[in-house]
Ligand binder design. Sequence first.
Ligand code: SF4
Length: 191
Amino acid sequence: MKEVLRFAASRGIGDFRLIAVEQISIEDQLRDLCENPRCPSFASSINCPPYEMTPAQFRNHVQAFSQVLAFKFDFPVEAMREEGRNQAGRLLHETTAAIEHKAKAQGFERACGYSSGGCKNTLCFEHDECAALAEDGQCRHPDLARPSLSGMGVNWHKLSKTLGWSMIKNEAGEANPDAETVMMAGLVFLA
Ligand code: SF4
């Protein structure tokens, strides 16, 4: 575990914590928000609804784990416009995958990393479609692309409050006009 934490610390992330699976709230109604009001990432790749795990499936899946490495980046608001947002999303997917690979190498053979936001607008923004959604298609970035936690119903507001992390939007979806940073976070489940 020490090696995994040391590796996470070396990735330039804003903060990371080792938490219990029970601290993560997975809620059906949050997945519904992907569809109504419709998120631009909805149905854009296999890693967003309706193609990724449902909240019920994800709740069942995480029962096989006890510990989770939660980590976040805080990007300056001005860096999160258009291309900058894509680059930030790519960094998040890369970091999630890198921590997952490190955990596996350190003996957490079933480690699973999950990211925030969809991979279509970050890893495949220059393509018209998700290659994995094409018939018999394969993901262009299987080593990097990870499913979206929000799309599986993870309540980031609850978790952020528990961890003392601040989000730019409140639970009603209103942005804080005074916020200077935008948080993007991931979870790596360890077992
Ligand atoms: S092909 Fe691109 S959009 Fe589709 S799952 Fe892979 S990374 Fe995501």
